[in-house]
Design a protein around this ligand. Structure first.
Ligand SMILES: [Zn+2]
Length: 344
């Protein structure tokens, strides 16, 4: 029995000194395993005097249960410690800024250019494109712009020097040369819109940029009249700025159309009563247009006595600035995501 009391005394210290679950298993075997003092004494109970058996048996069980409790407590403590170690080593710092993956979106100019094209495509127009580096013939001569016209000066047009003086090459100043190219390749009727990038020798200010975008339109058929032009542009104004818009056409001059006009649309922001968007006029100037000049038809091989048509051209930046209240054209080209992200 002395041996048993020794176990009872030593057990708490032995168990408490163990620092791992693995080590605890060894101590458990030592204290209550098959070959432990407690197990041996249990097996030896039958050899005792019958009168002593109940007392000895009760004490053995008491010590056994006590050791079990000490071991269970220690196991729980070690398990908690192990879990804490794991949590610390696997810790995720939720305050570290994450790397957000942002998907690319369309630039506002692309959106507006596509939207304009789509309005005309819904009317049955086709989309046509052409080269940005153009010959002076397509950019000017085919469009009835004489060699003395001021727009042809180097102060207005960016020329490209490929070393051959017989090729007068330039960065197209409008999308109109695509009209001439398209008519050369197609017989009437023609219904096309031409979205694209154009270039001029302008310095940057609030409304001008040396690079900008246009959408050009051209319709050629027999019996096309100015009324067709007006109806088409009014349809566009309502589709782009909303129902209720009206337009007015003010006489103007362009070399490639006759008669020519400037198209103004009633202000969408104030409904014509005058506001900041329309400079208090109630009207917003939107584009140039007119009936295709007979000289243009002749240049591309159409018979001006057999066909008639209209053309119009608008600046995409201007459309976007007016509709979205953008006050400087530079915002389109600086690629500041804080600005562009507002129009996604
Ligand atoms: Zn207004």
């Amino acid at each position: 029995m002395d041996e048993l009391e020794q176990v009872a005394d030593d057990a708490p210290g032995l168990v408490g000194a163990v620092n791992s679950l693995e080590g605890l298993k060894g101590v458990e075997t030592e204290l209550i395993g098959k070959n432990s003092v407690i197990s041996r004494m249990r097996r030896g109970l039958s050899a005792l005097d019958p009168d002593d058996r109940p007392t000895a048996g009760a004490r053995i069980n008491e010590v056994f249960t006590g050791v079990q409790v000490v071991i269970a407590d220690r196991r729980r403590a070690l398990e908690i410690a192990e879990e804490n170690t794991l949590l610390v080593s696997d810790r995720v710092d939720v305050t570290v800024p994450n790397h957000r993956v942002t998907l690319g979106t369309e630039h506002l100019l692309t959106t507006v250019m596509d939207e304009v094209s789509d309005i005309f495509v819904s009317l049955g127009y086709r989309v046509a494109t052409g080269p940005e580096v153009e010959t002076a013939w397509y950019n000017f001569d085919a469009l009835n712009t004489p060699s003395t016209h001021p727009a042809r000066a180097e102060s207005d047009t960016l020329y490209v020097d490929f070393g051959d003086p017989s090729d007068e090459m330039l960065l197209r100043t409008h999308t109109s040369p695509v009209q001439a190219r398209y008519m050369q390749d197609h017989v009437p009727p023609v219904h096309v819109v031409v979205p694209g990038r154009v270039f001029r020798a302008d310095s940057l200010d609030a409304t001008h940029s040396p690079v900008f975008h246009q959408v050009e339109g051209l319709v050629v058929d027999t019996d096309i009249t100015f009324a067709d032009l007006k109806g088409t542009l009014e349809y566009f104004a309502k589709a782009f700025f909303g129902d209720g818009r009206v337009i007015k056409l003010i006489p103007h001059f362009f070399p490639f159309t006759e008669p020519s006009a400037e198209m103004h649309v009633s202000c969408f922001a104030c409904d014509g009563s005058g506001c900041r968007v329309c400079s208090n006029s109630g009207w917003i100037e939107l584009m140039g247009c007119g009936m295709v000049d007979p000289n243009v038809f002749e240049a591309v091989g159409y018979d001006p006595s057999a066909v008639s048509g209209f053309a119009f051209g608008m600046g995409v930046e201007r459309l976007a600035m007016v509709r979205h209240g953008i006050t400087h054209i530079k915002h389109f080209f600086e690629n500041d995501l804080r600005v562009l992200g507002q129009f996604v």
